[in-house]
Structures are given as structure tokens and as C-alpha cells.
Design a protein around this ligand. Sequence first.
Ligand code: ADP
Ligand code: MG
Length: 240
Amino acid sequence: MIEIKNIRKNFGKNEVLKNINTEIKKGDKVVIIGPSGSGKSTLLRCMNLLETPTSGSIIFQGDHITDKKTDINKIRQRMGMVFQHFNLFPHLTVLENIVLAPVKLNLQTKEEAKENALKLLERIGLSDKKDEYPALLSGGQKQRIAIVRSLAMKPEIMLFDEPTSALDPEMIGEVLKLMKDLAEEGMTMVVVTHEMGFAKSVANRILFMDEGQILEENNPQDFFSNPVHDRSKEFLSKIL
Ligand code: ADP
Ligand code: MG
């Protein structure tokens, strides 16, 4: 689904991605872990060109997204992204937040989008919040709505950047549960997270990043029980 070839990214003199090569297959659940500042977010943001790689190429379902001729907005419609901070539009109700993009981009009629949004809200048990404004919701509710807002676009892949890091502990579970359900339904997912329980139970692959490189790439069983690299051992010893 995504091929990442020789990606480098510089911010000024700071090289934050150093020759990254990997691929995401359809149905993959890839969890990216690693210390703060190791380039996890930058790599994820390169996948939908929120950051432009300094060199290298990214191919999404056959389209070279790093090619200047590619219409990245069209590509992004097929990729959902969820951030640490929910980024809901504060001046729109929950329902308006969810229907906005599919209607604005002419992908669904207003009626279709509304019907779809109501189904999504029902699925997460928040139908009664459809006319509320985001400010009145809990962090866990906002994040689940941000996730279904992405799903309303019927994406091929979902990218998550620390979706539970800004949440109070008691709200983390409900968000992880929704992500786990999506995984079980077969959604292709790339998730940056520090939730090791989620990584162990949901991921089929772990990428461990350090200082702009993928130091280790393995299935969760082997990665967690037998990390090979000293840096992965050290990282795991600190967080587990
Ligand atoms: P992580 O998500 O693993 O914590 P990031 O990808 O956010 O790491 O950051 C990797 C490095 O790139 C850090 O040194 C960070 O300071 C730097 N960086 C990230 N975004 C920018 C930016 N927009 N401008 C300059 N430096 C940045
Ligand atoms: Mg980050």
C-alpha cells in the first residue's frame, strides 16, 4: 500500500530522517515506537506529505506522492490521520465536524454524509452528542469523534500520531478499544504510540526508531521478548 524508499528529511542542518526504507502492506497494523525526537511523527507526516521529504520517494497505491505532479489533496482523501490533539473544529457541532469534508469535497451528498455520520456516532455510542460543540465533550469523546470523522472519508489507511498521549488515563481505554476494533475489521493502520499493550496485542509489525533511523523492525512477539539492538533494549527497559 505504501512504499517508502530512501527517505531523508532535513530541518535546516538537522537531519531527522536518515535513509528510511520500509513498506506498509494492505491490512498491516504497524506500530512505530522510539524515544522522543527520534523522528516518528516526521516519518508519519511524510506518508501523507504533511512534511515533504528532502529526498527519496513514497509510493501510495501506485501513485508517487513525492512527485510534484501528483495531486496530494486527492491522495489525502484516501488517508485518514488522527493527531494527539483532536483538531475538531470548535465552531462546528459534532455532526457538522463529521459531514464537513465528504460534502465539501463532493464525495457524498449532504444526506448520505449525514446518514453515514449518524451510523458512525451510533457505533461509538455518542449519538446523543451529535448537536453538541466539541468544548462540551471529554477528551476521550473528542478523540473518538476525530477518529470517526476520518472514517467518514472512507480511507484506505489510517495514520495515528500518539492518539492517546493527551488523554487522562481513564479515557485512554475507550480510544484504544475503537482503534482495536478498526484493526480487527481489517483497516490498514500505522500508529505511533507509547501504549505497549496495544502494540503487543494489535500490531503485526513494530518499527523501532532512534535518531532518524529504523533500528529494528520485527513482529511484536520477537521484538518485545528478544529485542536485538542495544537501543531497543534500553528503550524497553525504561518504559515496560
Ligand atoms: P518524535 O515524533 O519521534 O518525537 P519528531 O519527528 O517530532 O520526533 O521530531 C524529530 C526531530 O525533528 C526533532 O529533533 C524535532 O525537534 C525536529 N523537528 C520536527 N518537526 C520540526 C519542524 N517543523 N521544524 C524543525 N524541526 C523539527
Ligand atoms: Mg511525535
